[in-house]
Design a protein around this ligand. Structure first.
Ligand code: MN
Length: 507
């Protein structure tokens, strides 16, 4: 895929038609292109192509994400300080502090000297620091990584290919997901899966081929019938389309379901993009009246968005051929957000024609206010401290490097119950980053946690209820205690009042 400065400017101009600074911005982008061209002259990529082609694709991808002029310039210049004689100071002089800072942040993430688990934790830590300092650094990093994965076959050693792919799969992709950037998450996973788990990749492909084809055929029928149903009820919609589940999430799900493909209900999903939020619910009702929904599979992420702000209605129905099909219903705004997450804040600037004073549409007003803030404050992007977004969440790791999301201030006990009730109930100790810790210690981003268990033990310590942070851990402890007949007294105050009550009753 060849991209040139012409492609980048075309997209940028289209996205910023009304911006009075457009001309100035284009000149800046062209200058960045010329600078990069000069800096990388005579350099080749492992594939043999001119180095600048990689910079062009990285920057092009950022322009597709509708990012600002600084980010697009940084995309062109991101490898200049690493690969050529030019310095951050040169970039700052030519393109300003902002561009220089993004390039510098990107370069910093790249420099990791550890190996094994230390490398992993260090990598994660650097990503979080970069995110909290300027979200644009991570966006350049994602674009750069996607292009590197696309050309991964040119790396000489299998080991290096695998390391880059693994890092993408286990660090970059989950972070993209947390930021709601599903499109980027999917690309990273699609490109890495076959390098990290080649056998599983082939297995997944083989396993699902016939199932996917069969369900795709039967989906076409359902799609036609849904369109008919919506027309009959005079509900206009923006689009409706089928979507195959991506291989990597599918593989992960198969592992959780004993590799039984029959238990995967969202192998193929049908997406309905409506004009309004109200229509989402109307469409859901109509579908449930006409096809039998699978019990317990309705999820209202509009009322309760996912922590990354993803919104949509999900349901699973049995269609004409008695195949389970997942249906996802959402508005165009929600759909854009689902693809680009945090980067979609620049899209849809003033396209609402609904009565915003109507209480029902309050959420839209909020969205618009939110966007006004962004529009009036060009520094918004710079100032989004992702630390705020992560405030209530932390990411920690299992010894096998699985990333686990927990509430801030969670303890090893919360972690143990998150893994499995049995792990929690049998927990007798914990190691954090290879050091034995107290079970009530607070976990931090990037910690690697190992739970020590005693297989003979199956009753949790009631004292744990005094410090666990997650609701689910609390529920699981209470459940296990009740099962083994332990009286739950959660804290000292309660203990005292219990004693007083006992004493009174005995009088
Ligand atoms: Mn690069």
């Amino acid at each position: 895929m060849t991209k040139t400065i012409g492609n980048i400017i075309e997209i940028y101009s289209h996205n910023n038609k009304k911006d009075p600074n457009l001309k100035k911005d284009i000149i800046k982008i062209k200058r960045a292109w010329e600078f990069a061209l000069l800096a990388h002259q005579n350099q080749k990529r492992l594939s043999g192509e001119d180095y600048i082609m990689h910079c062009a694709r990285t920057s092009y991808y950022l322009s597709v994400m509708n990012l600002d002029v600084e980010t697009i310039c940084a995309g062109l210049l991101h490898d200049v300080t690493e690969e050529t004689e030019f310095t951050i100071k040169d970039i700052a002089n030519e393109f300003g502090e902002d561009v220089a800072k993004i390039v510098e942040g990107d370069t910093k993430i790249g420099k990791i000297h550890y190996t094994g688990e230390e490398r992993y934790a260090e990598n994660l830590r650097k990503m979080f620091i970069a995110i909290s300092e300027d979200i644009r650094v991570i966006l350049v990093r994602f674009a750069d990584r996607i292009d590197n994965l696309r050309t991964l076959q040119y790396h000489k050693t299998e080991e290096k290919k695998k390391r880059i792919a693994l890092e993408s799969l286990e660090i970059y992709a989950p972070i993209a997901g947390r930021l709601g950037m599903y499109k980027i998450k999917e690309r990273l996973e699609d490109l890495s899966f076959k390098y990290v788990y080649p056998e599983e990749y082939i297995w997944t492909l083989k396993e699902i081929r016939s199932h996917i084809e069969e369900r795709a055929r039967s989906l076409t029928k359902t799609k036609k019938n849904i369109i008919k149903l919506l027309k009959k009820n005079k509900i206009s919609f923006i689009k409706i389309y089928g979507r195959k589940k991506r291989y990597y999430p599918l593989y992960q799900k198969l592992l959780r379901k004993n590799r039984d493909i029959e238990r995967i209900y969202d192998l193929i999903a049908l997406r309905i993009i409506t004009k309004t939020k109200e229509d989402c619910y109307t469409v859901l009702g109509l579908i449930h009246n006409n096809w039998q929904p699978l019990n317990g599979r309705v999820k209202d992420y509009i009322l309760r968005p996912k922590p990354n702000d993803y919104q949509s209605l999900h349901t699973t129905i049995f269609n004409e051929d008695h195949n389970p099909i997942e249906i996802q219903i959402r508005t165009e705004e929600m759909d854009t957000f689902a693809e680009f997450g945090i980067a979609s804040h620049w899209i849809y600037k003033e396209n609402y024609k609904i009565d915003l004073h109507d209480k029902k549409y309050q959420w839209i007003s909020e969205l618009i206010n939110w966007q006004k803030k962004i529009k009036n404050n060009k520094d918004y992007l710079k100032n989004i401290k992702l630390n705020d977004m992560f405030k209530t969440k932390i990411f920690v790791l299992t010894p096998k490097n699985d990333v686990i999301e927990l509430l801030e201030k969670s303890t090893p006990i919360d972690f143990a119950y998150h893994i499995h009730s049995d792990v929690g109930n049998r927990c007798v100790g914990a190691r954090v980053n290879n050091k034995i810790v107290k079970l009530d210690c607070e976990l931090k981003n990037g910690d690697i946690i190992e739970i020590l268990i005693d297989k003979k033990r199956n009753t949790p310590n009631p004292e744990w209820l005094n410090f666990v942070k997650t609701h689910s851990a609390e529920e699981k402890i209470k459940h296990a205690l009740q099962k083994s007949g332990v009286n739950i007294i959660t804290n000292f105050k309660e203990k005292i009042s219990q004693r007083i009550t006992n004493w009174k009753n005995s009088k």
